[in-house]
Write a protein that binds this ligand. Structure first.
Ligand code: AMP
Length: 366
């Protein structure tokens, strides 16, 4: 077991959004302090952290000074530049490892990585110009989704294409950004698995979550997911395999589709991996209220070299995001029995912006 950081130590967090805020709150419960590094002022995590720096992720001097002032560095968003991790890594331990970000930041690298591990993914092909798109359409069946390789999140940088003309038009829209095309999956449900891996390689899993997206953005997560015991085991096996192959330390989220129908011949289950996030994840917010130790605390425990905490669920839960003007429901939700309201302290409720969430707890069913 590595030397655990003592209470009073400082956790450095790259990024200052709501995930950074909830990480800082969890760190505080363990007597640890947080130092947030953000390229914007007035971010949600600044309200709850002991120290903050506003600086660009390209400002090497500022990043170096930040990393020198903390005991460990982690990230709350996945598109952190590789160079920023390298600079930080010269001054302090960085968890999760750079490899986890390199894989998660590029959808093509991510899919190749899964395939090399024998983990099923939707049929896909690299698309970088018109010719490669035509070649791709020879073996990726339509309908399909054209996705940018990098900087896509919450459904951004994606287009559904039903025929070659639509695919060519979508490619033009991308203005030369490298992309991939992947087959549209007919799925019964989307699930995600949150796994936490310690510095000593210990693995713990939260129960698989069932997710509903609206306009590409997560709307609702519920546990338990309506999947059978075999599927639960297979989902965990996949998430554990990915965490180990990355040498991950901290929380990792693996998003999967459960396909319609039967498992194809030669495959262990109906699951296909969609993507991974090398960090705490929106589909794990329910763990704050329905588990003794949340995803946020377990991430902090892992990167601080502490023993991992209990991931068992004491209640069923339904987590609903408050997006844009939904946040105005806070008054009525605050009166509801069995509901925990979480608001992120963001001033402007722009459409599509995650302003908060609420978790409804229900008696444990299974
Ligand atoms: P992503 O940014 O890749 O997670 O995509 C956002 C959402 O779009 C997913 O959670 C799915 O609801 C949907 N989606 C993405 N890729 C596919 C696919 N190949 N087939 C069906 N739905 C997809």
């Amino acid at each position: 077991m590595p030397e655990a950081l003592s209470p009073g130590s400082i956790i450095g967090i790259l990024g200052g959004g709501q995930l950074g805020r909830m990480l800082a709150l969890a760190a505080a419960r363990l007597g640890l302090k947080s130092h947030i590094y953000s390229d914007e002022p007035d971010v949600p995590a600044f309200d709850v952290s002991a120290f903050s720096t506003v600086g660009s992720f390209a400002d090497e001097a500022s990043l170096g000074a930040f990393a020198s002032s903390v005991d460990v560095v982690t990230c709350e968003f996945e598109n952190v530049p590789a160079r920023a991790l390298e600079i930080a890594g010269n001054k302090a331990p960085v968890h999760p490892p750079a490899k986890a970000f390199a894989v998660a930041q590029d959808r093509l690298v991510e899919k190749d990585f899964m395939r090399a591990l024998g983990i099923p993914v939707a049929d896909y092909a690299d698309v970088h110009d018109e010719q490669s798109l035509r070649d791709a359409l020879a073996h990726v069946r339509l309908p399909a989704i054209l996705k940018t390789r990098r900087f896509g999140y919450d459904g951004k940088g994606q287009a559904l294409v039903r025929n070659e003309a639509e695919a060519l038009a979508a490619l033009t829209e991308l203005r030369g950004q490298p992309a991939l095309i992947e087959r549209l999956v007919a799925f019964e449900r989307e699930i995600s698995v949150l796994v936490v891996r310690g510095q000593d390689g210990a693995l713990k899993f939260y129960d698989p979550v069932e997710n509903v997206h609206q306009n590409g953005i997560l709307a609702v997560s519920r546990v338990p997911a309506r999947i059978d015991a075999g599927c639960v085991l297979e989902a965990r096996r996949i998430a554990g395999t990915v965490a180990e192959a990355l040498g991950h330390v901290g929380v990792l989220c693996v998003e999967m589709f459960q396909r319609e129908g039967e498992a194809p011949r030669g495959e262990a289950s109906r699951l296909l991996v969609n993507e991974i996030a090398p960090r705490v994840h929106n589909s794990g917010h329910w763990t704050i209220d329905a588990c003794l130790v949340s995803q946020f605390e377990n991430h902090i425990r892992a990167i601080a070299g502490w023993p991992l905490g209990e991931t068992a669920r004491h209640s069923d839960a339904v987590m609903t995001n408050l997006i844009g003007a939904d946040v105005e429901r806070w008054r009525e939700l605050a009166c509801e029995e069995g509901v925990a309201v979480h608001l992120y302290g963001k001033a402007a409720a722009r459409p599509g912006r995650k302003m908060g969430h609420f978790t409804r707890l229900l008696p444990k069913s299974s």
